[in-house]
Design a protein around this ligand. Structure first.
Ligand code: 13P
Ligand code: SF4
Length: 312
């Protein structure tokens, strides 16, 4: 294991490569990454890196976002099969028909989409900035929001908007069970419930704090004396426990399983071995059709500009 880490460090230097990791990655990958963050932070780091190679330890759409922002750089992912059920729930051709059927609507898309869907979008959002970006439009703006119906309903509820929602969802966050969370809460009555807005509204109603992975982490770091039931992909517990070693974090379990935590099978496809191989062989590489990229970059840059203005 130590050898593997040393090899990764050596290859990073040799090739002027930067390794970016999402909070849902395996702990050992988070530990070797140069930066670990949520979807917004990964896009922000990709946009400003001076490295020649970006290795995106996350899922395919995250690699695509980096490639669209940095077309002249080589963007690698350790396992090209690391997809996303939420991005898959929004095929570009169907989304295009939906957008065309609603002329006059502003199209806001969650970052968990393919570059082809982003190319049909006016502004991209992540769970960190979705509320503020939606609120940056006039109250009566007609908005299509896709693809996550749970995040969309949550933003509708907190902003009083009536955005038209695409009917997509993440198979991991949909899995959380109200019954199992209530059961854990009964055993740990003082624990606060932290939930990601990709969870169903019944789960969000139970939550004390709703936010992106970065927002949930930030809350825990600010209140380490609390204990927490965490309703998002369990990879985030690695950084939570690192930053708050004396805090109790209990992963919320999925509904139809005996497993204690809820893992994204796509995120977990990346391993240290695959990361070493991908740095060594400079493959698999993310490619995006330049005609798509030239349109997809605009809504991503618009998101980065608004986020910078808002200090996010
Ligand atoms: P954030 O990184 O924005 O919290 O989103 C979580 C997610 O589902 C990434 O796939
Ligand atoms: Fe996609 Fe859900 Fe996995 Fe995030 S956790 S990458 S939204 S499938």
């Amino acid at each position: 294991m130590d050898n593997l880490r040393e090899e990764i460090e050596k290859l990073k230097k040799e090739k002027n490569a930067v390794v970016l990791g999402h909070y849902y990655q395996r702990g050992d990958i988070q530990d070797v990454a140069d930066f670990v963050g949520d979807s917004l932070a990964l896009a922000q780091w990709a946009a400003k890196t001076e490295a020649d190679i970006i290795v995106m330890c996350g899922v395919h759409f995250m690699g695509e976002t980096a490639k669209v922002l940095c077309p002249d750089k080589k963007v690698l992912v350790p396992d090209l099969a690391a997809g996303c059920s939420l991005a898959d729930s929004c095929p570009a051709d169907e989304f295009e028909r939906f957008v065309k059927a609603h002329p006059g609507y502003t199209v806001i898309s969650y970052v968990n989409t393919t570059a082809a869907v982003k190319a049909l979008t006016d502004v991209v959002v992540t769970s960190t900035n979705a509320r503020q970006i939606v609120e940056s439009f006039p109250q009566d703006e007609k908005i299509i929001f896709g693809p996550d119906r749970n995040l969309g309903s949550y933003i509708n509820a907190v902003t009083g908007r009536n955005m038209l929602l695409w009917n997509g969802a993440c198979h991991v966050h949909e899995q959380f069970s109200v019954e199992k969370i209530v059961e854990i809460k009964r055993e740990h009555p003082d624990a606060l419930i932290l939930a990601h807005p990709e969870c169903k509204s019944a789960v969000l109603k139970l939550a004390d704090v709703v936010g992106s992975t970065a927002a949930l982490l930030k809350y825990a770091v600010k209140h380490p004396e609390q204990s927490y039931i965490v309703a998002t992909e369990s990879g985030i517990l690695h950084e939570m426990r690192k930053q708050c070693p004396n805090t109790v974090f209990i992963p919320a379990p999925p509904a139809d399983s005996t497993c204690a935590c809820n893992e994204c099978s796509y995120m977990r496809l990346n391993t240290l071995e695959k990361l070493r191989d991908c740095l060594r062989d400079e493959t698999p590489e993310i490619t995006v059709d330049p005609a798509v990229a030239v349109r997809a970059v605009k809504p991503i840059e618009r998101m980065l500009e608004i986020s910078a203005r808002l200090g996010l």
